[in-house]
Design a protein around this ligand. Structure first.
Ligand code: FES
Length: 168
């Protein structure tokens, strides 16, 4: 154990409101079995992703090796180690969408927000994630933005759809 307080030198730069909330979470889970995943989930809810210094703080707080925290955070796809956009665009590249022009939809989105697949815009408005079938094949080609499904798309429809989410 590295002391009762979880704020060692490794996380000295993150003493902000979010960190204070996270300290409370760490306090609740400290010493409990299976604490790491729920703590990582709650940390990600707070920060939007898992910054390195936050993972170091979690390792300190739960008295775990940083390699274990990092290993779990990189193993599960639910965890993100880079900042993500406020709006997550999931472009379906499954078979039904593929045959109905998903590539053109993706191209249109990339042209509009100027990011690579898996990337996030500099203003953190959008993250672009290609995905396999999202279960709405009847509406192909389909994208999801956050929890909204947009189907039977054409590349021309993309700018107007994205506009609705900008500065939301
Ligand atoms: S293939 Fe795109 S929703 Fe099923």
């Amino acid at each position: 154990m590295q002391g009762n307080s979880c704020c060692g030198a490794s996380n000295s730069k993150i003493k902000d409101e979010k960190w204070v909330s996270l300290e409370g979470i760490l306090e609740k889970f400290r010493g409990k079995k299976g604490a790491l995943i729920p703590v990582l989930q709650q940390a990600q809810d707070l920060y939007g992703y898992l910054p390195e210094n936050v993972m170091a703080g979690i390792a300190d707080g739960l008295d775990l090796p940083l390699s274990q925290v990092y290993g779990v955070a990189t193993f599960y796809s639910q965890f993100h180690l880079k900042p993500r956009g406020k709006n997550i665009i999931r472009v379906c590249l499954g078979t039904a969408c593929h045959v109905r022009g998903a590539a053109k939809i993706l191209e249109s989105i990339q042209k509009e927000i100027n990011v690579e697949k898996g990337g996030t815009t500099e203003d953190l408005q959008f993250t672009l994630e290609p995905v396999a079938c999202i279960g709405a094949c009847g509406l192909a080609p389909v994208i999801m933005i956050n929890d909204d499904t947009h189907g039977r798309l054409t590349p021309e429809a993309i700018p107007q759809i994205l506009e609705q989410y900008k500065n939301n």
